[in-house]
Structure formats: C-alpha cells, structure tokens
Design a protein around this ligand. Sequence first.
Ligand code: NAD
Ligand code: WQD
Length: 330
Amino acid sequence: MILVTGASGYIGSHTCVELLNAGRQIVGLDNLCNSSLDAVESVKKLTGKEFPFYVADLLDEESLERVFSENEIDSVIHFAGLKAVGESVAKPVWYYKNNISGTVNLLEAMQRHGVKRMVFSSSATVYGAPDEVPIREDAPTRTTNPYGSTKLYIEGILRDLCVADPEFSVALLRYFNPIGAHKSGLLGENPNGIPNNLMPRLCQAVKGQMKELTVFGTDYPTVDGTGVRDYIHVCDLARGHLHALKKIEKDFGIFVYNLGTGKGYSVFELINTFSRVNKVEVPYVICPRRPGDVASVFADPSKAKTELDWEAELGLDDMCADSWNFIKDK
Ligand code: NAD
Ligand code: WQD
C-alpha cells in the first residue's frame, strides 16, 4: 500500500487518480491546511474506488503512528508541505518547522515500520537562477528563499538516509511549473487567498476577481521580453510519479529527475494561448520585474525519459483549456 501525504492537494489528488487507475492501493493523509475533502470525494468519484483517508498533520507524531499501524504501507509519496514562496520569506521558521520537521517525523515513522521507499516532491526552485538552460539534474543547486531551502535540506536528509541504509530508495522529483487540471473538471487548483502563480492569477483576471493580470517585466532577454518557464500539465506530472515509484521498487539508492516538458513559454505566449483556446480576453498591465524572478527556466527532461520511460504528452493548449474548464464556474 502506498501512503500519499498531501493527498487532497493539487498534485497529490491528481496522482491519487493515476495510482488508483493503475490498480495500486493507497492511503491518503492531509491536514487540509491548503485543500479540502472535496478533492478526496472527486478522486473516489473519478476512479470508482474507495481508500482510507486520514485528516492528520505530519507534525502530530501520534497520528502518524496510527496511520502506519493501521495500514500495510510499503512506499510513501510525499507531497505534503507549504509551498508559497512569499509566505516563506515572511514566516521562515514556520516553513522550516512544517516542511522539514514534518518530513523528519514521517521518516521516523517509516523507520519504525520498516518502510524504505519514498518519492519526494522537490522543485526546480532548487536550481535558483540557473547558469544555463535547459537545466540538467547535475546543475548546481542554490536557493533564493526559505521555501526553496526546505526542499534542498530535505533532499540532503534523504541523501544521507540512503547512504546510511543501502536498502532505502528515494526518487527526488524536481517539478517545473505545474498547471492544468483533470479533464473532468472535478480536480484542479483553487488556491486560498490571493494566488502567487501565473495561471491562477490569469484565471482570476479573466473572471474579474482581479482587475487585471500584472505582467512582471518585459525587459528580460527572452523571445518577447517576458519570463520564460517550463509549464507542465498536472496529469503528466501525476503520471510521472507512477513511473518513479516503479523505479524505486526495482532499484536501491537515490535518483533525481526533472519533471518538465523541456519547452519554455513566455508570459505573453501563455496569455495568447489561453485567450485563443478559451476564446476569452485576458486583461493585463505591464509592471516592473518581480524581485527574485529570473529570465528563463526550463528543463532538460531527457533523464526521466531514458530512466523512467516517462515524458510529458500534453501541450500548452491542453493546459490552458483544462485550467479554465476547472475554474471558470467556481
Ligand atoms: P498543495 O498545497 O495543493 O498540496 C500540499 C498539501 O499538503 C495540501 O493539501 C496541504 O493541506 C498539505 N499539508 C501541508 N502541510 C501539511 C502537514 N504538516 N501535514 C499534513 N498535510 C500538510 O500543493 P501542490 O501544488 O499540490 O504541491 C505538492 C508538493 O509539490 C509540495 O510539496 C510542493 O512544495 C511541491 N511543488 C509544487 C509546485 C507547484 O508549483 N505546485 C512546484 C514544485 C514543487
Ligand atoms: C511564472 C512566470 C513570472 C505572476 C514558482 C516558485 C517555484 C515553483 C513554481 C514550487 C514568471 C510571471 C507571474 C504574475 C507574471 N513552486 N508572472 N505575473 O516564479 O516560475 O515559480 O512556482 O516549488 O518554486 O518560485 O512561477 O507562476 O509565479 O511565475 O508575469 O502575476 O510568470 O514573472 O516569469 P515561478 P510563477
């Protein structure tokens, strides 16, 4: 059985669907600080399958012990964590406690129960401002905010664990920019409060929940001056977890993979595609660069293709259509 932490979250819920559709047994855990039980119900509806779900906090060791005692867990896919870059700058201690202490508690519970496999949600944020693009997994890592540091520290903890215990196996998945939603419109990203990321902000601007989208900088050395990113459909990303799980079920040690498409799109390209595909106007205004942003970030995803037999299949049109289909009537 696979324990999925952060199972009701954006990427976690889509991955639960992939796992259940592949015939895997799962148990979900989430403290619902950034998600709701609706996502769990949607996963059950979409797959026609039941699974145990615990409303539990990784910081609560007793609850964790209960999850491990009551279920025959053999692998963990670890999504649970806080992910807002700006909030992490304002509340660094809270981010270190939640993300790092939460992961340490989880690893202790795994050790008590002899569970030695983990797929971990890392992020392209560990590359900081990259020296070159496309980014390979062996590029230098550096972080520019406490959120990114939590990812890098956790990667380090997992590396140390794999050295200490040669029977441990870990896949560190460095996601690029996940967008899109399940085709059904039942699962997607609906962040609480004012979102930071481009796609949810763009959707709010189209819906009139925000006056206009702020385009952060048109003076980058890119195709049209706006920032370039590697947007990846959340369903492609979710599928990548199944491939990573198969890898660590077969091999011991630590493995690092970029999960991206390998293609970079600018902010204007995303706006224009969204407009064309969904037949809507995207009101926007040009603003100065956002502090901390870099010009261009996109993956070299060839290692995941070679070693995991995984590659992204869905393009920017699907990402824009599915994001809008999920959020337009919310
Ligand atoms: P999300 O916020 O939708 O999901 C994370 C889930 O973890 C939420 O449901 C939240 O309630 C839960 N959670 C947080 N702290 C917890 C705790 N202490 N105990 C139990 N549950 C807790 O975010 P997401 O976009 O699905 O991201 C999943 C993972 O992928 C995160 O670790 C995130 O850092 C990482 N990641 C996300 C992105 C992105 O842009 N979405 C990019 C790279 C990496
Ligand atoms: C994308 C592009 C902005 C908002 C962040 C995290 C990273 C990862 C993914 C978790 C950039 C531009 C944005 C807006 C804009 N998360 N933009 N107007 O910054 O690449 O990555 O999310 O691990 O760690 O740092 O994503 O969606 O915020 O920005 O012009 O209102 O859109 O400048 O070029 P980013 P993003």
